[in-house]
Design a protein around this ligand. Structure first.
Ligand SMILES: Nc1ncnc2c1ncn2[C@@H]1O[C@H](COP(=O)(O)OP(=O)(O)OP(=O)(O)O)[C@@H](O)[C@H]1O
Length: 412
C-alpha cells in the first residue's frame, strides 16, 4: 500500500495490482465503518438520521489525517484522539470541549496539511529514529561509504564465454501517438536471451516512449511477445509478473522506505510468478552486494545520493527476477567513472543469465556495454547493429553530428 501511495507507476512495474490495492482497503474501511455504525445504533437504541450526519464523518477523516494516515500507529492514535476516544473523553471532562471539538480539529487539520502532511505520528517516528540514531552512532561510523573505490571502477569483470540464445522479447510495429505527435513510429526488433541491447538516440528520439509502450505504460499499436506469450493488451503489473521488469528515468523510489524495503517490494512480480525470490535472505543480500548497496540497506532512500538511488532502482527491478529488464537511463546521476563501473556490473548480471534492454543517450556507455544497439531518431529505427557496426554507420554519425552541428550554430 505504501508503494502504491508513493508511486503508482513504479508499484505497477514491480508487479503490484494498483487498482486492487486501492479497492481492498476501501472495502475493509467501509466494512469497519458499517460495523461501527451498527454498534452505535445498538448503543443508542434509537436510530435517527442526525446520528449519522456528514460532518461527523468529515470530523473523523480530519482526526485520521491529523494523527497520520501512512501507518497503522497513526490509525491507533486517531482512535485515541477521535470523538469518543480516550483522549477526547478525558479532555472533554477536564475542559468541556463540547461544540469546539470540530473547530479545533479543523484548525489543526489546516496546520497539519501546511506544516506536516504526514501527521502527528510522523513526528513520533522521527523522534524514535533520532534516538535510535544517537544510540547506534556511538558504535558506528555514520559517514556514508563511497559508492565505489577506484580499483572497482578500473577492473572490469573477466570476460566469460557466453552464448546468445533464442529470441526472448519481440516487438513488432510499435507505434505511439500523442495527439499530433508521433513519438514512436513502427519500431520492430528482437532481443535474444542473454543479450544486452542498447536503445540509443538523441533527446526526444522516442526511447522512453518505446519502453513505456512495451511495458504497458503507454497506449501503443503493434505487438509485444515475451518468450512466446503476447503481452500487448495486458496491464503493466501483468507484464511485470510475466517477466518484463523495468526502471524509470525519474528513478521513482518510495522515499520514506529503506533500501531493503524498496528492493523487497520489487520481489512482488517474482512471487506472483511462483519463482523463488530469496526475499530477505541470500538472493537479496547478493543483489545488494553486487550493486554495492550493503552498507546502506537500512537507510531511507531519501537520504542517499542520486547515484545510489539509481542503483536502488536497478536492484528493485532485478529483485523481481525478470526474464528481460528494461533500464531507462540507469547511469543518469552517475559520474563517468561510476557509469563505467555500472556497465561492468550490468555485464556481470547479464552473464548470470539476465537479458537487458538499456536506454541511454550516452553513446560512449552504450557502445562500451551493449552487444547490439538500436538507434532511434524521431521515433523511427535508423540503425541496428553491433557496437562496431554502429560506430561506422554513416546514418548514425550524420544524425549525431547533425545535432551537434545544429547546437554549435545555435551557440554561434
Ligand atoms: N505524454 C506526452 N505527451 C505528448 N508528447 C509526448 C509525451 N511523452 C513524450 N512525448 C513526445 O514524444 C517524443 C519522444 O519522447 P521520449 O521522452 O520518448 O524521448 P526520449 O528519446 O526518451 O528522450 P529523452 O532522452 O530526453 O528522455 C518527444 O517529441 C516528446 O516530446
Amino acid at each position: 500500500m505504501l508503494a502504491v501511495r508513493a508511486n503508482e507507476r513504479s508499484a505497477a512495474a514491480a508487479g503490484i495490482n494498483v487498482s486492487r490495492t486501492k479497492l481492498v482497503p476501501f472495502a475493509i474501511a467501509a466494512f469497519i465503518a458499517g460495523v461501527g455504525g451498527s454498534l452505535m445504533a445498538y448503543q443508542q437504541t434509537v436510530v435517527v438520521p442526525t446520528s449519522y450526519v456528514a460532518i461527523a464523518g468529515i470530523g473523523m477523516f480530519a482526526v485520521s489525517y491529523l494523527a497520520g494516515i501512512t501507518c497503522v500507529s497513526g490509525g491507533v492514535l486517531a482512535g485515541i484522539m477521535g470523538a469518543g476516544g480516550i483522549l477526547f473523553v478525558f479532555l472533554d471532562r477536564v475542559v468541556d470541549l463540547g461544540e469546539y471539538y470540530h473547530v479545533i480539529t479543523g484548525v489543526l487539520l489546516v496546520i497539519t496539511i501546511i506544516a506536516n502532511p504526514e501527521g502527528i505520528i510522523s513526528e513520533v517516528h522521527r523522534a524514535i529514529n533520532w534516538l535510535r540514531g544517537k544510540v547506534t552512532s556511538r558504535s558506528q561510523d555514520e559517514t556514508p561509504p563511497e559508492l565505489l573505490s577506484a580499483t572497482d571502477a578500473l577492473s572490469p569483470p573477466p570476460e566469460s564465454a557466453r552464448e546468445v540464445g533464442e529470441v526472448l522479447l519481440s516487438s513488432t510495429g510499435i507505434g505511439v501517438h500523442y495527439g499530433g505527435v508521433t513519438a514512436v513510429d513502427d519500431v520492430s526488433f528482437d532481443v535474444r536471451e542473454g543479450e544486452i541491447i542498447g536503445l540509443s538516440g538523441l533527446n526526444g528520439a522516442g526511447k522512453t516512449t518505446f519502453i513505456d509502450a512495451i511495458s504497458g505504460f503507454a497506449d501503443a499499436a503493434g505487438s509485444v511477445v515475451l518468450d512466446g506469450e503476447r503481452l500487448d493488451g495486458r496491464r503493466p503489473h501483468e507484464r511485470s509478473r510475466r517477466g518484463l521488469g523495468r526502471t524509470f528515468q525519474g528513478i521513482k523510489l518510495y522515499d520514506d522506505l529503506s533500501v531493503r524495503e524498496n528492493v523487497t517490494i520489487g520481489t512482488t512480480a517474482a512471487r506472483h510468478r511462483g519463482r523463488p525470490t530469496g526475499s530477505g535472505d541470500d538472493d537479496l543480500e547478493r543483489l545488494f552486494d553486487v550493486l554495492h548497496l550493503t552498507p546502506v540497506v537500512d537507510r531511507p532512500v531519501k537520504e542517499l545520493s542520486q547515484g545510489r538511488r539509481q542503483l536502488v532502482s536497478v536492484a528493485r527491478a532485478l529483485a523481481g527476477r525478470p526474464r528481460v529488464v528494461l533500464l531507462d537511463e540507469p547511469a543518469a546521476g552517475l559520474d563517468s567513472t561510476e557509469s563505467v563501473w555500472l556497465g561492468h556490473r550490468l555485464r556481470a548480471i547479464r552473464d548470470a543469465g539476465l537479458t537487458i534492454v538499456m536506454v541511454d543517450h550516452n553513446m560512449e556507455l552504450v557502445l562500451e556495454v551493449c552487444d547490439r544497439i538500436v538507434v532511434l531518431d524521431l521515433g523511427r529505427v535508423i540503425a541496428i547493429g553491433t557496437p562496431d557496426e554502429i560506430r561506422n554507420d554513416p546514418v548514425v554519425t550524420s544524425a549525431y553530428l547533425g545535432a551537434a552541428h545544429a547546437r554549435q550554430e545555435l551557440k554561434a
